[in-house]
Design a protein around this ligand. Sequence first.
Ligand SMILES: [Cu+2]
Length: 421
Amino acid sequence: MLTRRQWLMSAIAAVAGGGSMLKPSKADVRHEHDERPAKARKHRSTRQVVTPNGATLPYKMKNGVKEFHLIAEPVLREFAPGMNVKCWGYNGQTPGPTIEAVEGDRVRILVTNRLPEHTTIHWHGIFLPNGMDGVGGLNQPHIKPGETYVYEFTLRQHGTFMYHPHADEMLQLAVGMMGIFVIHPRVSENPPVDRDFAIMLHAWAVHPGTYRPDPAVMLDFNMFTFNSKVFPAIDPLVVRTGDRVRIRLANLSMDEHPIHIHGHSMWVTATDGGTIPRSAQWPETTALIPVGATRDVEFIADAPGDWAFHCHKSHHTMNAMGHAIPNTLGASQQQLEEKIRELIPGYMAMGETGMAEHAEHITHMSGPNNTLPMMMGKGPFGNIEMGGMFTVIKIRDQLASYDRDPGWYRHPQGTVAYRLA
Ligand SMILES: [Cu+2]
């Protein structure tokens, strides 16, 4: 029997002389099996995960055990220039650093509590002994301020998981205590990826003029983050044309997030319940990331350019200063503006024809302290008018380094929408 690759090659050869070149479709390329022997694939399965605006937690090898140390502590996080938030997190970061290990590893994770109240860590989705599951009061005593607890277990699965407190959860999650836990397979069953990103989704209520997230808010969040940053402060995802890219998306907020890719479609390849069998993987342009879940998506970056990658809830791609404002659309505010100016000199009415003008006004108007206007970011053609859960996938044929922002895409002549009249 022919393998898929042999069949494709023979099909290409059959038509190569006949004028039209048969190229395997995107779907074929994406689902092509990696036919190299398991040994050759092995080293690729542990390619380091990139946590945009974040880091990977280092470990020490101790008698065959990978030992990690998480320190739960208050953290000051700049969501974007102009806004600092007093969060709680791990090792100086929110989300906490990404933990990476390999299926079969024995891991020991020391957790030191430098918070003003007790905590624990639950290892979301991971198979482990009951006493290591981290539910305070149920599986273990709470970790009091100043104490260090040890979690130790053997990893018996692979995939994208999470860690977070299971103690005073409403507050501790609201202020940013969470992280991603990646377990690489010993032998990858999917084709290896060239780029592997991890993004934690979160929603916050930081009232304008304040510095601490409000844990009592259940619905009216005003800041929406990838790895506790908002656009335009979120790192772009830099990839090379042709790269197979995996993005691990994790959600510990109180709302689901439909994450949308432009110019490509992506395969949902895994959940925190396990790898989705290849025959059951499905293509999406928008992958819904439910609350308390992870999704791995993969795509072939076959189209060079600057492609938007964002939550599709339009209030999740904006920042604080835009929620809960009165609806002035279509309402003339001329007289209103004059009247208010008698009381507040310099008052400017906005929103009669739409809200895009807000993006212009932020350059010369100052809002309350420590918050961010609803739309931000400048692109090569003007204001991008986004905020929150939005970043750019930068795909380039030539790339000096994955770690350097290559700047804005230079479009080949004749490939940009143009003004007719
Ligand atoms: Cu969202």
